[in-house]
Design a protein around this ligand. Structure first.
Ligand SMILES: Nc1nc2c(ncn2[C@@H]2O[C@H](COP(=O)(O)OP(=O)(O)OP(=O)(O)O)[C@@H](O)[C@H]2O)c(=O)[nH]1
Ligand SMILES: [Zn+2]
Length: 301
């Protein structure tokens, strides 16, 4: 029997589309809205709900978040997911990926206190493997784990490796289009396609089935979140202090610049610039830092 209208129930937000949400409450999926114009609910949020009908509810409040991942442009920020413990960036031997997106995702993870890993898919395309490994070396040196898999050529080994990595965690997968993220999700979550159809019917997203973030519950303490591919990963919301700390290789040099308020851009006696000069910090990473600092100064909200 459905709970009475006045009981507060606890659910997990498993999909968001505009200001419409789908929450998992036990075995049920409830269509939810927020009160008023609030739209600060993220996939992964634990929410307190009050039912308005058998399969609908209003989100009364959001439980305390362990983590919150978000991105933003000049005008507003966009919640990606709440309560995730790790972020997997999916790349492939082919087609090519951009370092910009990888580093932005790493910065987002660092500033949210989320562990970041890189998944290199399509290792079966051996001709492109050495070059790809070489490109990922910069991240390996920074200490980010890199997992090599092949969703297509070694599905069983790939699934097994993932299940170990995901166990007990809440993991969000992100990646550029074509990297094989959908193939990996389908391996890990056997009924993913059915779940997506169910969710998009409930949220009435029409044909835009791949444009929303959704959460798959694997077990009580294990969840996987699939996020749509995006071209832009703006991080306008990060302050200068957050940015310099999100580049983990800057850490040994922070506080050692000549000027205490050094921006690490052109200042004389800058310890970060000296480390770039000596090859200790990759120029590509410092360039992205400068770019992100520029973006955050353009923030209009
Ligand atoms: N050779 C090879 N191809 C793969 C592998 N995994 C996926 N692919 C192929 O790569 C292409 C993209 O895979 P998808 O799973 O659709 O990739 P996606 O990252 O979800 O991309 P979008 O759906 O565009 O976001 C498909 O043609 C897959 O068949 C792999 O391990 N090896
Ligand atoms: Zn400096």
């Amino acid at each position: 029997m459905a709970a009475s209208k006045n009981t507060v129930e606890i659910g997990t937000v498993i999909a968001a589309h505009g200001r419409h949400y789908l929450a998992q409450v036990g075995e049920e999926k409830l269509q939810c809205v927020t009160r008023g114009k609030k739209s600060d609910v993220a996939v992964g949020d634990k929410v307190n709900l009050k039912r308005t009908s058998a399969n609908q509810a209003v989100i009364e409040s959001i439980g305390e978040r362990k983590t919150l991942l978000y991105r933003s442009d000049q005008y507003k920020s966009k919640l990606l997911a709440a309560n995730v413990t790790q972020l997997f960036i999916v790349v492939a031997t082919e087609p090519g990926f951009t370092d910009d997106l990888i580093s932005r995702a790493l910065v987002a993870a660092e500033s949210a206190g989320v562990d970041a890993h890189i998944v290199l898919n399509k290792t079966d395309i051996v001709a492109a493997l050495p070059k790809t490994r070489e490109r990922l070396q910069v991240y390996r040196k920074l200490g980010y784990p890199i997992h090599e898999v092949s969703a297509q050529a070694e599905p069983d080994a790939t699934r097994d490796a993932f299940l170990v990595l995901l166990q007990g965690k809440s993991t969000i997968l992100i990646g550029q289009s074509g990297m094989g993220k959908s193939s990996l999700i389908n391996l890990i979550v056997p009924d993913a396609d059915i779940a997506v159809r169910e969710i998009s019917a409930a949220l009435d997203t029409g044909k835009h089935t791949t444009t929303f973030t959704r959460l798959y519950t694997m077990s009580d303490d294990t969840a996987v979140i699939d996020s749509p591919g995006f071209q832009e990963f703006g991080l306008y919301q990060l302050s200068e202090g957050m940015l310099e700390r999100a580049f983990r290789e800057f850490a040994p040099h922070l506080g050692k610049c000549k000027f205490y308020n050094c921006h690490h851009l052109t200042e004389p006696g800058c310890a970060v610039l000296a480390a770039v000069e000596s090859g200790e910090i990759a120029p590509m990473r410092h360039q992205l830092y400068a770019q992100l600092l520029h973006e955050s100064s353009q923030k209009l909200y």
